[in-house]
Design a protein around this ligand. Structure first.
Ligand code: ADP
Ligand code: ARG
Length: 358
């Protein structure tokens, strides 16, 4: 049973959302009075409450989504809030639907031809997926010991990678100089520090302990450790060769999953801290310059209709610079990994066609 102070905070949070005309988050949309009443006393086995789920969206009224799952059980225990929100975000994936079996696209990457062989539009292509280590909850429920133990576990895995292209070095954030860290962020390789959405969700405790980045020599294969998710596995390179980027990602995922088991949910697929990343966890993106199309007032609408999301040059919650946009697949749940990448591929192909015919 949740204590009275927490219940009070939940009720105050609900009132704050209701009273904010500037707040348009999915949290506000689906946290009704009835949902609050039904869920406010519930607690997961690890002690997480509805407050842990909603506090980021309550503190950050400009959230698009506003919720996180403190542990895997939260997705089930608080499903009256999560289910409609997930359905809304992931193209109508309803409570009866199930994430299809994993299909990363092995043996099919050649179908994804280079989107920009002449190098006219695309600076770079990146595909990432998230993974959670089996047996550990998400950030708000992790202890300092958990972080260090998880880091040691994956570091061992990195050291044992045999594939020559993927081999590299793990760089813990703890002890990294500010210059190196800033350069890695500036060059789009490393996560940012001080994300207020994550901070409010209690996801940055003990920072920088247990956090870090692994990458190969060319920085084309990278793994983020314990930022938003336990692992973010990333493949990226210059240009628009989506197939080559996916091929390397598949190799990387296979290398790692051969050594550590990951948490998968029967219905929701690969588990992640944020419901926007469930299922495939795949975000495939290009950094692209489309001067004519991006100047159109309906640029966002065109992208929406193609199932694409627009981000800025430094990722989420950043602005475009020099006319370069980060365009990626929006939905990650209810389709296979390969389908998610194909959505990006066919959508961007269409945008380039529009640019050329404008
Ligand atoms: P995530 O992709 O993990 O959800 P972000 O949106 O914050 O998180 O992006 C993380 C980093 O990856 C940012 O520095 C962003 O600029 C970079 N990035 C994303 N897509 C590309 C791309 N196609 N080419 C180069 N960098 C990219
Ligand atoms: N909680 C933030 C919001 O609602 C981010 C949501 C999606 N992004 C993410 N990195 N999980 O705007």
């Amino acid at each position: 049973m949740t204590d009275a102070t927490t219940i009070q905070k939940i009720e105050k949070g609900f009132a704050k959302l209701q009273a904010s005309p500037e707040c348009h988050s999915l949290l506000k949309k689906y946290l009704t009075k009835e949902v609050v009443e039904e869920l406010k006393t519930k607690k997961t086995a690890l002690g997480a409450t509805l407050l842990d789920v909603i506090q980021s969206g309550v503190e950050n009224l400009d959230s698009g989504v506003g919720v996180y799952a403190p542990d895997a059980e939260a997705y089930t225990l608080f499903k009256r809030l999560f289910d409609p929100l997930i359905e809304d975000y992931h193209n109508g994936f309803d409570a009866e639907q199930k994430q299809p079996a994993t299909d990363l696209g092995e043996g099919k990457t050649a179908e994804l031809e280079d989107l920009d062989p002449e190098g006219k539009y695309i600076n770079s292509t990146r595909i990432r997926c998230g993974r959670s280590l089996e047996g550990y909850p998400f950030n708000p429920c992790l202890s300092e010991e958990n972080y260090l133990e998880m880091e040691a576990k994956v570091q061992k895995v990195f050291n044992e990678i045999e594939d020559a292209e993927l081999q590299g070095t793990y760089y813990p954030l703890d002890g990294m100089t500010k210059e190196v860290q800033s350069q890695l962020i500036e060059d789009h390789f490393l996560f940012k520090e001080g994300d207020r959405f994550l901070q409010a969700a209690n996801a940055c405790r003990f920072w920088p302990k247990g956090r870090g980045i692994f990458h190969n020599k060319d920085k084309t294969f990278l793994v983020w450790v314990n930022e938003e998710d336990h692992l973010r596995i990333i493949s990226m390179q210059k240009g628009g060769n989506v197939g080559a980027v996916l091929e390397r990602l598949i190799k990387g995922v296979k290398n790692i999953e051969a050594q550590v088991p990951f948490s998968r949910h029967e219905r929701l697929g690969w588990l992640t801290f944020c419901p926007t990343n469930l299922g495939t966890t795949v975000r495939a993106s290009v950094h692209i310059r489309l001067p004519k199309v991006s100047a159109r007032p309906d640029f966002k609408k065109i992208c929406d209709e193609l199932g694409l999301q627009i981000r800025g040059i430094h990722g989420e919650h950043s602005e475009s610079a020099g006319g370069v946009y980060d365009i990626s697949n929006k939905a990650r749940l209810g389709l296979t990994e390969f389908e998610a990448v194909k959505q990006l591929h066919s959508g961007v192909k269409k945008l380039i066609e529009l640019e050329e015919s404008a």
